[in-house]
Ligand binder design. Sequence first.
Ligand SMILES: NC(=O)c1ccc[n+]([C@@H]2O[C@H](COP(=O)([O-])OP(=O)(O)OC[C@H]3O[C@@H](n4cnc5c(N)ncnc54)[C@H](O)[C@@H]3O)[C@@H](O)[C@H]2O)c1
Length: 247
Amino acid sequence: MDIKKVVMVTGGSRGIGRAIALKMAAPDTAVIFTHVDPASKGAAETLALLKEKAGAAEAQCWDIEDSAAAQKNIEDVAARFGRLDVLVNNAGLNRDSLSIRMSDDDWHKVLEANLFGVFACSRAAAKIMMKQRHGRIINLSSIVAFSGNVGQANYSASKAGLLGLTRTMALELAGRGVTVNVVAPGFIDTDMTAKLDDKIRQAFIDRVPLGRFGTPEDVAESVAFLAGEGASYITGQTIHVNGGLYF
Ligand SMILES: NC(=O)c1ccc[n+]([C@@H]2O[C@H](COP(=O)([O-])OP(=O)(O)OC[C@H]3O[C@@H](n4cnc5c(N)ncnc54)[C@H](O)[C@@H]3O)[C@@H](O)[C@H]2O)c1
């Protein structure tokens, strides 16, 4: 079947990114995902699962902090497949500690990946999408962008920064048919939250009205909605996927 839609998902080797890549996969869709784990079993697994569902599937290993790599690889995908319809900026990381103990390196590392990386990928994609007068950019923020979180000054600042980036790019790209939106997950069961000890985990669950952590698939549903035709009049907005947590 001909490829009619081309989707890129950063950070697709596991967790939420994998669920998004799989949700977007269809016989007429090419799904390209990135990761930074060179010997990643996870990336191979995602790729195998994608190949069963997508018209074309590809895994790429490069760091979103490297803006030259972002530019080159995103342009290359658009050139080879003839278009780029959706970019999901999902890749992200955390380096937690209390503000007074946080090192410069931990601050810069998180801001570089979670905010500059998203900017670099979005800038590269926007140039392509503006020319084709169609495109969707979806950025993964977090509930902590709104609530703050003890030990996550760097992470919450990076995720809050994404809100301003999203609204600005939404304004800049609206005239060319490109939408830019945010999905802000609450506490989701992935490797990122697996590090939490049982007591803290239970304390988080006790605060969630729906009484459980979310699944990567819960998040992927909202991303797929924003990427679809039904969301063509939505831009600069945030969908909260957090089980009813109020902040
Ligand atoms: N898990 C949660 O509870 C939760 C909550 C709110 C927001 N989020 C956000 O959702 C996104 C996915 O989270 P997750 O829990 O699935 O994470 P994860 O740690 O399980 O997976 C992260 C993915 O990003 C990739 N990645 C990390 N740093 C990268 C870099 N510098 N360059 C390229 N790729 C990189 C990894 O290879 C991996 O594929 C992140 O942006 C995260 O901040 C997660």
